[in-house]
Design a protein around this ligand. Structure first.
Ligand code: ATP
Length: 299
């Protein structure tokens, strides 16, 4: 038998343009009404033929990513092997660009990419719908990471409905020096408003996307988790204010934070805002990105 060639998959980060957090469910998750958009910041996941199942991580903040069986890409590969009955034999290489524990679904993106890469390496030939079922078992954000583009997420975020989105948007991503724990941010929101509060609806963000209206989208950006993230990390307020003063159309904490995102009028405006945020030292580093972009791609 010839040895199969390694398969590399590039997978984008996500941002929640709207994150409405509803009541805490008996299973511990919260009901969400969220609008996802995939952004042009990519992790690269390569599945190499090898005996056994191992992972190695390089790139930004690689030392903060576990390389044991809790690594989400490894869990994804193991689940695919178990369900299809193939030998779990691959070395998974991850090159990280997506900030770790930054509220941009880096681990979930790696899991989605590992499903696609191992499916190709092992020739398991699952359909996207079958991969999406495995994705939902791995985590709430994994189905969107497998899909990319722009989508409305309900349930715990894993039930996806396509969103009509016109045009492309320019973003500045401000990355903090240390991450925030997603469960801690959800615990903080429950503490602040009680576990039964209703989610803010996403209607205004959906209307702005339909029209491709960046100004309206900037004004509509909303994250129910933002007060909780700022409560745990008060410095985020200064980061958001700095971006607004620099002329961003909108500013918010991404997901559970601490990454902040800013919508800019143009690519040039995004570069200017990113440079000024770095100069003001209100974050560790900045990136300029565009969205929406397609989901994981082989090659
Ligand atoms: P989300 O937006 O989905 O809540 P996040 O972007 O805040 O997630 P991740 O970067 O996914 O956070 O990382 C959360 C934790 O998951 C990390 O602290 C890390 O310990 C663990 N983890 C497991 N596998 C990975 C992976 N492949 N990449 C990054 N983190 C991983």
């Amino acid at each position: 038998m010839p040895v199969p060639s390694p398969v590399t998959v590039r997978v984008p980060a996500k941002v929640n343009l709207h994150l409405g957090v509803g009541p805490r469910r008996p299973d511990g998750y919260h009901d969400l009404q969220t609008v996802f958009q995939a952004l042009s910041i990519y992790d690269e996941v390569t599945a190499y033929p090898a005996p056994g199942l191992t992972v190695m991580v390089k790139g930004q903040d690689a030392d903060e990513v576990p390389v044991d069986s809790t690594n989400l890409a490894l869990r994804a590969a193991a689940l695919l092997a178990e369900r299809t009955g193939v030998d779990a034999a691959a070395r998974i290489g991850i090159r990280k660009e997506i900030p770790v524990a930054g509220g941009m679904a880096g681990g979930s993106a790696d899991a989605a990419a590992a499903l696609v890469a191992c499916d190709a390496l092992w020739g398991t030939g699952l359909s996207r719908a079958q991969l999406a079922e495995l994705a939902a078992e791995l985590g709430s954000d994994v189905p969107f990471c497998l899909q990319g583009g722009c989508a409305l997420g309900t349930g715990r975020g894993q039930v996806l409905t396509p969103v009509l989105a016109r045009g492309s948007f320019h973003w500045v991503v401000a990355i903090a020096a240390t991450g925030l724990s997603t469960p801690e941010v959800y615990a903080e929101i429950d503490r602040r408003r009680g576990p039964g509060a209703e989610a803010t609806p996403p209607d205004e963000v959906l209307a702005a996307l339909r029209l491709g209206d960046a100004k309206r989208l900037g004004a509509a950006l909303h994250n129910d988790l933002e007060p909780a993230a700022i409560g745990l990390r008060p410095a985020l307020r200064a980061t958001l204010d700095a971006g607004r003063e620099l002329g961003a159309l909108g500013a918010m904490v991404s997901g559970s934070g601490p990454t902040c995102v800013f919508l800019a009028r143009s690519h040039a405006a995004a570069i200017r805002i990113a440079a000024a945020l770095t100069a003001e030292a209100v974050c560790k580093t900045t990136r300029v990105a565009e969205g929406p972009v397609p989901g994981p791609r082989v090659g």
